[in-house]
Design a protein around this ligand. Structure first.
Ligand code: ATP
Ligand code: MG
Length: 428
């Protein structure tokens, strides 16, 4: 048969290789631990949903639904999409399963999301988020709780110094509608100063123009009507309440009146955690309140607030700041080398040690080969110790110890003494 061409992964969809996965595990475990501290519970959601779900929640005129979704007809002809974000599915699941009926819920989920965007550093087509949602709580206290939670996470990960918090209030949907009219009216008068992107958004999603990176557009926006002047009393009190909790808790934040977020469902509080370490893809965590969304998706009215963090960007930041602890990297501790005739004993010794030392990483050499080649592999594995079972050792019930990371001479000890040696060696 002629050699087949190699099939490659899709553009913007990356493998997470073994050398990187320990950082991922460290990050994911740390997040799960912090979430548990606040009693948020995990919900596991499907990756594929009806396209209609995202149209009705994220919004028809958003970039995500307009241009970025992976949508297709399945074999029954149903229109379905790979989820571009998690809140819609979480609300769908919570409503469908009665989780929101006369009760509050604090939930989180984790997994891949899909958006057909232009790939670049910190921006992929398959990326991973951890999302956190709190349902049934109206006040700003739970908004503040989410921010305390994220701050604790940054502290635990030792990245607090590299991130800052921006917050804003979008008011009620009605306030936004009024503001949108005023904004459009203003921008229509200065259409000549808008770039193509902003001109397009003037029709589809004018609030997104506030996000524009174009400096001319930004200069124009300085003279535009201010969203803060449009928000109602209720939203104002809510936002003041949030700021006052953050002040009392000593949390630093910036008010960013142009922070609007790209999805339709937000109301009142919105926020982003931003870093300057990742270039233009600097938002590592973003969210806000979405009090109308449950109803919009057919549930009984129920307030909600949540956020999602981008794990790729967090991994990049952890790497950039070199803050992943060494013991999170998961290097092998012991490598077991054996002559062919001692293969089985070596297997059993390795497994006994795994019972005695559950937290140790032990690799058995499999596949035979000369001592020399086995020792080479032991060294390359990164293990600190090699245990050697040669013919002599098997005959005398002993084990050879070779220190791979220091110059101490090889030793031979009895199987009984092995425990003492390991206790001492790995506890020092
Ligand atoms: P951005 O402005 O960077 O496009 P967004 O507003 O579209 O972000 P959200 O939908 O709020 O992002 O998603 C929350 C987080 O998920 C982002 O802050 C980011 O960390 C991450 N994220 C979003 N899109 C991508 C992507 N294409 N690749 C990697 N991470 C992403
Ligand atoms: Mg985006």
């Amino acid at each position: 048969m002629s050699r087949q061409y190699k099939i490659q992964s899709l553009r913007g969809m990356h493998d997470i290789l073994p050398d990187q996965s320990s950082t991922w595990q460290y990050l994911e475990n740390t997040i799960a631990d912090v979430l548990a501290q606040y009693n948020y519970r995990q919900i596991r959601l499907p990756i594929v949903e009806q396209t209609e779900l995202f149209k009705r929640s994220v919004g028809e005129a958003t970039d995500i639904v307009e241009k970025e979704m992976y949508s297709f007809d399945d074999r029954n002809g149903d229109r379905v999409s790979l989820r571009p974000e998690g809140t819609a599915g979480c609300v769908r699941a919570s409503t469908q399963n009665g989780l929101l009926h006369n009760q509050t819920q604090r939930l989180w989920y984790s997994g891949p999301m899909f958006r057909h965007e232009r790939p670049q550093k910190g921006r992929q087509r398959q990326f991973h988020q951890v999302g956190v949602e709190a349902f049934g709580l109206l006040g700003p206290d739970v908004d503040a709780e989410l921010l305390l939670l994220t701050l604790r996470l940054w502290r635990t990960l030792k990245i607090e110094h590299a991130v800052k918090l921006q917050i804003n209030s979008l008011g009620s949907p009605n306030d936004r509608k009024n503001y949108r009219l005023a904004l459009v009216e203003f921008l229509e008068q200065h259409k000549d100063k808008l770039d193509d992107d902003s001109r397009r958004r003037l029709v589809t999603n004018p609030m997104r123009i506030l996000d524009s990176k174009n400096t001319d557009v930004q200069a124009l926006l300085d003279k535009a009507p201010n969203l803060a002047d449009f928000i109602d009393e209720d939203s104002r009190i809510h936002f003041k309440g949030l700021c006052s909790i953050l002040d009392s808790a000593g949390i630093n934040y910036e008010l960013n009146p142009r922070l609007v977020r790209g999805l339709d469902y937000y109301s009142k509080t919105v926020f982003e955690w931003i870093t300057s370490h990742l270039g233009t893809q600097g938002t590592i965590c973003a969210g806000g309140r979405y009090d109308g969304l449950v109803e919009q998706l057919g549930g009984r009215p129920c307030p909600g607030v949540g956020f999602a963090m981008g794990l790729e960007r967090l991994v990049l930041l952890l790497e950039d700041l070199k803050v992943v602890p060494n013991d999170a990297i998961g290097l092998v501790d012991i490598y077991i080398v054996a002559v062919d005739s001692a293969n089985t004993q070596a297997m059993i010794l390795a497994d006994d040690l795994r019972t005695e030392y559950p937290s140790m990483r032990i690799e058995s050499h499999c596949g035979g080969g000369s001592f020399k080649s086995q020792m080479k592999k032991a060294d390359k594995s990164g293990a600190t110790l090699a245990l050697v079972l040669g013919e002599d050792e098997v005959g005398s019930g002993t084990v050879g110890i070779k220190y791979l990371r220091k110059k101490d001479p090889q030793q031979t000890i009895t199987r009984d003494d092995l425990g003492n040696l390991l206790d001492k060696f790995f506890n020092d």
